[in-house]
Design a protein around this ligand. Sequence first.
Ligand SMILES: [Zn+2]
Ligand SMILES: [Zn+2]
Length: 254
Amino acid sequence: MRFTLVGTGTTIPDAARGPAGFLVEHGGASVLVDGGTGTIGRLAALGVDARTLDGGVYSHRHVDHCGDLVPLLFTMRVGADRPRHRDYPIWAGTGFQDFFDGLVGVYGKWIQPEGWKVRISELTLEGADGADLPGGVRLDTLPAVHSAGALHLSFTAPNGFRVVFSGDTGPSEALARLAAGADVLVTECAVAGADPWNSHLNPHDVAAIVAAARPKRVVLTHLYPSVDPELALAVVRATGVPTERGLDGQVLEG
Ligand SMILES: [Zn+2]
Ligand SMILES: [Zn+2]
């Protein structure tokens, strides 16, 4: 399984880091995970034509995680060289169907053309859920401590290699549970100190989750400018678990 960090930034425009976006590839299938503004262009820079994607998974409905959904579906209906004919499945938390129906209310056939459909499978926000993704990767989810239908996501290849993505979240026992023993934990570290809304993690929150879960490796992402990356790395590395800051285009493979 290849897990590519397409965007390791935030909602703040940054030439080096796009908003949240990841690509899971296995068994000849490519599944987009999140996709904030500009993700399909960043995919093109990685040599991936977004029109050929086999499905999408969304951690939640905030714009820095799903802002490119309309451009993605719009581009899938154009391009005489490679028009799409097959359905596009999406997995996301409860509420995503209503969200998508609202988008269809605005854009109509431009994102829901004849000949193929966007098919949304909602995952519960009440407990554990999951799905078998195209290409044979298993998705397991637990509800995150955030809003907009947020989930923690775990991707397991048939050989057992497992990558867990926090999505956006406040301190979360569910994330520690899901990340236990994972090969890689890709986690947000959005804030420097206590978050008054309890909806994001600071470095000490991340360290507590890592200390409990003991993944083999940690990749920090989604750092807002208030977070000092070196300080954050030092705090999380104190757990003894190898930790790095993710880079756009970086590939986790196993
Ligand atoms: Zn969010
Ligand atoms: Zn976010």
